[in-house]
Design a protein around this ligand. Structure first.
Ligand code: GDP
Length: 331
């Protein structure tokens, strides 16, 4: 039984140990921890909402961790407090979190004003994203001015991260069209700021070319924020160049969201979709855990395979099981 009150006070006072413990509680998948985690979050909620929430994404190898360390160090030097969280659904497949690698972001992790949290190395994307959302709230309550949420996945996790941040920064590699097209259109559309990394040494010319192509591509896409055209910047995470400009653009984007009322609206929509995704997940889990559904599922699948019934009819029969018990409890 955790001392939720003590933990909440510690988090609010900015104690790192309390923060780490709170995050462990929130990330726990143990049933008996869920209630405590929710009580903790309820205590912290009034202290949330003030940080700049920024998502950082890009294909593996683009330089995300190098970049986040460079941007984080820049922000820390500017006097900000920075927390870094990650969404890494692939870790279950690769058998260990990439982010668990101790060599990542060592300088930033060592800073007094920074907090780097590797992602829990297990769970579905939905589960990981849920815990990251809650971890984000805990970091905000602990007084971090900026929370950087990194995605390590290649696809789905970008959408999960975009659904919890104010601004989404997409990193791209230098190189000709093919590489830019490697970024799926849907993900390009999420970008509020696009930065071509590795614009240094031999890479500079190719980075310029990639930036020109990105600008052309972005012209045909609808920006997620009204009145905003995503800027395309050149950076070198390794040399720490371009960080001030990236941050300036991200702030500009956030100021526009605030001024226009879109920030409030965006966060309200995010809260709503968070609720609905939890409901969908919960309903699905409950449905498949039902003994009558388990008992009938194989039979329905077999009938569909034998072409005796359609999947539509199969679904109707299975869903009718849930309907029957719902009306039984009503009547
Ligand atoms: P991640 O997989 O996206 O997190 O990428 P990493 O940060 O691990 O970087 C992948 C590789 O790219 C490493 O070998 C880095 O040293 C290198 N790298 C990262 N940023 C830069 C940069 O700005 N310029 C150059 N030349 N290399 C970089």
């Amino acid at each position: 039984m955790a001392d939720v009150e003590g933990l909440a006070s510690g988090v609010i006072a900015g104690e790192r140990r309390a923060l780490a413990k709170a995050l462990t509680l929130v990330e726990s998948t143990r049933d008996d921890h869920q209630g405590e985690a929710q009580r903790l979050l309820e205590r912290l909620l009034p202290r949330t909402g003030r940080a700049a929430r920024v998502g950082v994404s890009g294909v593996p190898g683009v330089g995300k961790s190098t970049f986040i360390e460079a941007l984080g160090m820049y922000l820390v030097d500017e006097g900000a407090r920075v927390a870094v969280l990650a969404v890494d659904p692939s870790s279950t497949l690769s058998g260990g979190s990439v982010l668990g690698d101790k060599t990542r972001m060592v300088r930033l992790a060592a800073s007094e004003r920074a907090f780097v949290r590797p992602t829990p190395a297990s769970g579905s994307l939905g589960g990981v994203a849920r815990r990251t959302r809650e971890a984000l709230l805990v970091c905000e309550a602990a007084g971090y001015d900026v929370v950087l949420v990194e995605t390590v996945g290649v696809g789905q996790s970008e959408f999960a991260v975009a659904s919890m941040v104010d601004s989404f920064l997409l990193l791209a590699l230098p190189g000709a069209g093919d590489e830019l097209q490697g970024i799926k259109r849907g993900i390009l559309e999420l970008a509020d700021v696009l930065a071509v990394n590795k614009a240094d040494g031999d890479g500079l010319r190719r980075a310029e070319q990639a930036a020109a192509e990105a600008r052309a591509a972005l012209r045909f896409l609808r920006s997620a924020t009204d009145g905003w055209t995503p800027p395309v910047l050149l950076v070198s995470a390794r040399e720490g160049r371009g960080m001030a400009l990236v941050w300036e653009r991200l702030l500009e984007h956030r100021r526009l969201l605030e001024r226009s009322g879109q920030l409030e609206q965006k966060r309200a929509v995010q809260q709503e979709s968070w609720l609905f995704s939890l409901l969908r997940e919960g309903l699905e889990a409950r449905f498949f855990a039902r003994p009558d559904v388990k008992a009938s599922l194989d039979d329905v699948l077999a009938q569909i395979a034998a072409r005796r019934i359609t999947p539509t009819e199969g679904a109707r029969r299975l869903l009718a099981l849930a309907d029957a018990s719902a009306s039984a409890t009503r009547g």
